[in-house]
Each structure stands twice: as C-alpha cells, then as structure tokens.
Design a protein around this ligand. Structure first.
Ligand SMILES: [Fe+2]
Length: 192
C-alpha cells in the first residue's frame, strides 16, 4: 500500500544574491553546499529562465534550496502575510547550543529574537537570513507523547467547529491522506 513521504528533501525559495546566501548558509549557519544546478530553461515548465539552483544541507541531508534567476529581483516582496508566520525551524541538540548560536549570530551582526519558550517544550530563537526569510533554531526539551497528539487533535477539532470550516470530520477524524495506509499497518505482500 502507499506509504506517506518519509522526510523533507528540500524547500526551495528565491534569492536575489547567491553570494550572500552562500556565505550565510555555509559560513554562518554551518550548512554544507550539497549541490548546485545551472539551467537555461526551467525543467518543469519549459520557460526560458536562466537560473542557478543551490542546495544547502543540514546534518540529516535535508536542504534549504534557492533559485537565483538571472536579472530578476523578486525575493523579499511582501504579500501581506505577517513576517512571523512563514519560517523554517531547525533543531539544535541542547539549550547551551541554542545560547551559543544566539551569540554567534549576534557576533555576525544578525539581530536575534528570543530565547522564546513555547509550551514548555520548545525554546526558540528567531532571525532573518539575507533573503528576508525568517529562521528559527529550536531546542525541543522532550519527545512528543500520545497526550500531545490527542491535545492537538482536540484543538484542531475545536478550531474547525468554531470557524465552521468544511470537511471537519475528514480532517480531524483521520489525518491519513486519501489512498494511503496508516504507517502501523503492515503493507500487503505482493504475489511473487
Ligand atoms: Fe516555529
């Protein structure tokens, strides 16, 4: 049966300046440039748009990726969504590391918000990359337990009801994508 996607491969965002982006992600954040692709044409759409696509990897191999389009300046345009909503959060392993990262970022002239406590579970700092993307470094104090999930399901159910959103039963009752099997079920063995 169809298994849900396993992990994050990459998130792709626009950049106006690959030099600044490269410096920030490799020299400040310590990510590794994993790969880069240069094309004259967009493979998925066929548009003639010369671009450089860069991939900066975290330790687990997942990447922050960027597109720099030749001659285009579009990163950072506001669409009215508050700047705290869209952000990318990365794990650190200890609270001490979180504090060290705050200091390191500030030494690099980056202004840092926090440490902010979330629910007694996550301790986070927030800052912006050179493209205006909000980033979060977070230390998660403990594993999430079944009670956390049950609480989350209840909040989702209440929210949907309060704001009269559609498909409430489907969303709150079963988060498994249509056609997918829950992970704890054994896949059927295909006949040899
Ligand atoms: Fe967050």
């Amino acid at each position: 049966m169809l298994k849900p996607a396993t992990s994050l491969n990459h998130i792709a965002m626009p950049t106006n300046n690959t030099a600044e982006t490269y410096r920030f992600y490799t020299k400040v954040m310590g990510f590794k440039l994993k790969s880069a692709v240069r094309e004259e044409r967009v493979p998925s759409t066929g548009d003639e748009t010369p671009f450089l696509h860069t991939f900066f990897a975290l330790e687990d191999g997942s990447c922050m990726a960027f597109f720099d389009i030749a001659g285009e300046q579009f990163a950072g345009r506001s669409d009215g969504v508050p700047s705290w909503i869209r952000h990318f959060a990365f794990n650190v392993e200890t609270y001490e590391e979180l504090l060290s990262w705050k200091a390191r970022l500030e030494e690099n002239g980056i202004s840092v918000l926090g440490v902010i406590d979330h629910e007694g579970i996550w301790q986070s700092i927030y800052f912006f990359d050179p493209n205006g993307l909000r980033l979060e470094l977070t230390w998660q104090k403990r594993e999430l337990e079944p009670e956390d999930t049950a609480h989350g399901e209840e909040l989702v159910r209440q929210w949907i009801e309060e704001f009269n959103q559609k498909d409430a039963d489907e969303i709150a009752g079963d988060a498994t994508p249509e056609g997918a099997e829950p992970q704890d079920r054994q896949p059927e063995t295909a006949p040899a």
